[in-house]
Design a protein around this ligand. Structure first.
Ligand code: PGA
Length: 285
C-alpha cells in the first residue's frame, strides 16, 4: 500500500507529466489523439473492467494521447481510476451557459471538478436529436475553452449532402459560425473531428481519399485565416474506425488521430486502434 504522501506525489507528478506531454503534443505535429466515445453505454462494473484493460495496455503510449469520453455519472469513476495514469478523460456534451436555472444541464466547471480535460461538442447524434443550432454549438465550444477544457468539435455531412457534393459547404457553415462569433484563433489548442454522418455507426468508413480531401479542406480553411492556430489545431477522423482501417485513415495527411465509438467498447479492438495511431505517428503529418 502506498503511504498517503506518496499517492499525492504520484498524482501531482502524473498531472505534471501530462501537462508537459500536452505542451509537447502541440509542438510535435506527428503526435496522435485517440478518443473513446462510449456514447450511452456502460455501467460501473463494465467500465471498471474496460478501464483496467485500457490502463494495462494503453498507459504511457509514447506518441498517442488516449482520451475517454464517458456519460456524466461515470466521471468520478474515471477520475479515481485514471488519475494516476497518462490517459485523459472528459464528457460527451456540456451546457452552453456557465451556471444558473437550467434543469438537467451540466456545466464546464462541473466537468473540471471531476478532472476532465476534454469534451465532445456538437456530435451529430446530439445535434440532430436535440436540434442544436450551429450558434449553440459555438457557445459550447467557447465555454469549454474558457474553463480549460479541450473542445472536440464534430463536423461533417449527411449522406444526402455527400451525394450532392455539398460536404465542403456543410463543413464551411459549421466552422464559419464559430469563426464569425469568436475568430479563427480559437482553434489553437482545440480539436476538430471530421465525422461524415453516413459513416458513424454504419460500418462504412470514409475512404482514405475522402478523408484526405476533407482534412486538407479543414486545415487549409483555418490556415488561410490564422496559420498559427491551424498549426496548433488537431484534426481527427471519426466514423466506423476499426482495427482493419485505422492505420490507413490515420496516416492521411493532416489527420491527427481518431474518435472511436463502437470499437472503443471492445478493449482489444481499441488497443489495436491505438497501436495503429502509434504506427501512424511515425509518418509526417
Ligand atoms: P463509430 O462512432 O466509431 O461507432 O462509428 C464514431 C463516433 O462516435 O463519432
Amino acid at each position: 500500500m502506498k503511504a498517503p504522501g506518496t499517492h499525492f506525489f504520484c498524482l501531482t507528478a502524473s498531472v505534471a507529466a501530462r501537462r508537459i506531454r500536452a505542451s509537447l503534443m502541440i509542438k510535435k505535429s506527428a503526435q496522435k489523439i485517440v478518443v473513446a466515445n462510449w456514447k450511452m453505454h456502460g455501467n460501473l462494473k463494465q467500465n471498471q473492467a474496460l478501464l483496467e484493460t485500457y490502463i494495462r495496455t494503453l498507459n504511457n503510449l509514447p506518441n498517442t494521447q488516449v482520451v475517454v469520453c464517458a456519460p456524466y455519472p461515470y466521471l468520478a469513476q474515471l477520475q479515481s481510476l485514471l488519475a494516476d495514469t497518462d490517459i485523459a478523460w472528459g464528457a460527451q456534451n456540456i451546457a452552453r451557459m456557465e451556471r444558473g436555472a437550467y434543469t438537467g444541464e451540466v456545466s464546464a466547471e462541473m466537468l473540471r471538478d471531476f478532472g476532465s480535460t476534454y469534451v465532445i461538442i456538437g456530435h451529430s447524434e446530439r445535434s440532430t436529436a436535440y436540434c442544436e443550432s450551429d450558434e449553440n454549438i459555438a457557445q459550447k465550444f467557447m465555454v469549454a475553452k474558457k474553463y480549460g477544457l479541450t473542445p472536440i468539435l464534430c463536423v461533417g455531412e449527411t449522406l444526402i449532402e455527400r451525394e450532392a457534393g455539398m460536404q465542403e459547404n456543410v463543413v464551411t457553415k459549421q466552422l464559419d459560425t464559430i469563426i464569425r462569433m469568436y475568430g479563427a484563433q480559437v482553434f489553437a489548442e482545440a480539436v476538430i473531428s471530421y465525422e461524415p454522418i453516413w459513416a458513424i455507426g454504419t460500418g462504412l468508413a470514409a475512404t482514405p481519399a475522402q478523408a484526405t480531401e476533407m482534412h486538407k479542406f479543414i486545415h487549409d480553411k483555418i490556415a488561410a485565416l490564422d496559420e498559427a492556430a491551424a498549426d496548433r489545431l488537431k484534426i481527427l477522423y471519426g466514423g466506423s474506425v476499426n482495427p482493419q482501417n485505422a492505420v490507413q485513415l490515420m496516416v492521411v495527411k493532416n489527420c491527427d488521430g481518431g474518435l472511436i465509438g463502437r470499437c472503443s467498447l471492445n478493449a482489444q479492438e481499441f488497443e489495436q486502434i491505438c497501436a495503429a495511431a502509434e504506427q501512424a505517428s511515425q509518418f509526417e503529418r
